[in-house]
Design a protein around this ligand. Structure first.
Ligand code: GEK
Length: 243
């Protein structure tokens, strides 16, 4: 996937507005996420690998908060011939319009349905794989347990949830270590100190990270029998939970 270079926060902004997934973000999204999330490409390709082991015949695979469909593409290319269907959901019209173009140019044969909806409202059923790749962090914390429970309830026995999140750490020095390392990663990828700081302010009330313990406890409380962190780079983690 190609797009423009992310320069959204490159010039000083008079007024800081909360981050939104609008047309401007969509046009730079592949560049933005690649330069902002350490390990993004590794996570995307291995989500397909993990899914291939756990997918079941005649089942659905959900990509919740699909953005431009990177996870769905990875699923599609790893699940050929597996008798499943992919349902990719996002509530940003701008994201889904662009995602439609992405899938129109993709040759995979696993059916993909793109749905514009709030993931808190959709039906989840007959699922063998559910992926939330950096989406739960944008859901209001008080709604998170109910969403994880609906995912658990909609999964077949043995089905999996892959959950990737930006983490917070209880211990202040550990937290600071990861924040500083992440900012170094962004600097190494060409973002200026001003871009890093303006983006941080824009995300402050929108992206609410939690600790690994909070995530693990929530997943166990929903009923998942196996919960494992399979990837971490700095404060970015991906977990797998098996029903
Ligand atoms: C990737 N998974 O490339 N309902 C539906 N979609 C939502 C909601 C909601 N309530 N809240 C946020 N979103 C992708 C990256 S980005 C992560 C996911 C990031 C959507 C939002 O519109 C956006 O497209 C996505 O969740 C989060 O692997 O940009 O850091």
């Amino acid at each position: 996937m190609v797009g423009d270079k992310d320069t959204i926060y490159a010039a000083p902004l008079d007024k800081m507005v909360d981050f939104r997934f609008d047309e401007r973000v969509v046009s730079v999204f592949p560049d933005m996420i690649q330069r902002s999330v350490p390990g993004y490409a590794t996570m995307i390709s291995n989500i397909g690998v993990l899914a291939a082991r756990h997918v079941k015949p005649n089942s659905r695979c959900y990509d919740l908060g699909c953005s431009l469909g990177a996870v769905s593409l990875s699923l599609r290319h790893n699940l050929a011939g597996k008798d499943c269907q992919i349902i990719a959901v996002d509530n940003s019209a701008a994201m889904l319009d662009k995602a439609r173009e992405v899938f129109a140019n993709d040759k995979g044969d696993v059916p993909v349905e793109l749905v514009r909806a709030d993931i808190n409202d959709i039906d989840i059923s007959q699922a063998s794989v559910v992926v939330m790749n950096f989406t739960l962090q944008f859901i209001a914390p008080e709604l998170r347990q109910a969403l994880i429970q609906r995912i658990y309830d909609g999964l077949m026995p043995g089905g999996i949830l892959i959950l990737s999140e930006k983490l917070a750490f209880e211990d202040e020095s550990t937290n600071q270590f990861h924040i500083d390392s992440h900012h170094d990663f962004k600097r190494a990828n060409g973002y200026s100190d001003m871009e890093i700081s303006q983006k941080r302010s824009a995300l402050e009330k929108v992206l609410i990270p939690e600790t690994l313990t909070v995530h693990q406890t929530r997943l166990k409380q929903a009923g998942f029998v196996f919960v494992e962190k399979w990837y971490q780079c700095f404060n970015f983690v991906s977990m797998v939970a098996v029903k």
